[in-house]
Design a protein around this ligand. Sequence first.
Ligand code: FE2
Ligand code: FE2
Length: 256
Amino acid sequence: MRLIAHLSDLHFGRTDDQVVAALRHDLKQHRPDLVIVSGDLTQRARTAQFAQARAFLESLPAPSLVVPGNHDLAPLYRPLARLFAPRAKFARHLPDHDESPVWTDERLVVVGLDSTRHLRWKSGKLRDHHLDHVDQVLAETPASHCRIAFLHHPPSTAKAGHPFASLAERGIDLVLAGHVHHAHIELIHAGHHHSCVLVQASTACSTRLREDANGYALIRVGMPAITVEVRGWNGKEFHTVHRHGFHKLSGLWHHD
Ligand SMILES: [Fe+2]
Ligand SMILES: [Fe+2]
């Protein structure tokens, strides 16, 4: 079994200190094997905000994988940095965190995809080179592994097609995303022969709340099954909001 904590949209610079402390506490209680952060670690990609994000990641009880979100690129009001070095601060302040990270152990393979576009503010995209990268990583992965991809932008904000279907077609079991600050769990089908589980997390600790409270997901992977536990902030602590179970049968994922 592997326990993964999926966090998104931390937005350091616009965080609630009480929620940050409670989130750290909740993670220490659950002791995940791995923390995955699907972008928007900062509010405005400022040095101090990246320093806070890094200190937070370093305080967690597990290694972390991150990809940038649209808020982690040099802002539009710094046009030269935006144009020529949009991810420079991300790379400088999170030096152990590649923009396209890969994690492999005896049970999991995890691929991070940078879906941000520096010539756009909000929208993101999966491009052909992302899919090629996924193909390359999966080609070296045993079939028994749970195959996970994570990126900032969910399909509702992607411009073309249904990119998560492309990931399912490639054999990805689980896709983790953020950006819209709303928790959502869905089974995605790609034709009759492929499917994957989508986990979209709310904002973990920022005050940029939309329709949802702060939250994150605890994902238990014990192939051929996955359980997704949505943890939400109730004003005092993080608690279980709901749980979804999935199992893989004859190559296809099903709800329990
Ligand atoms: Fe965000
Ligand atoms: Fe975002």
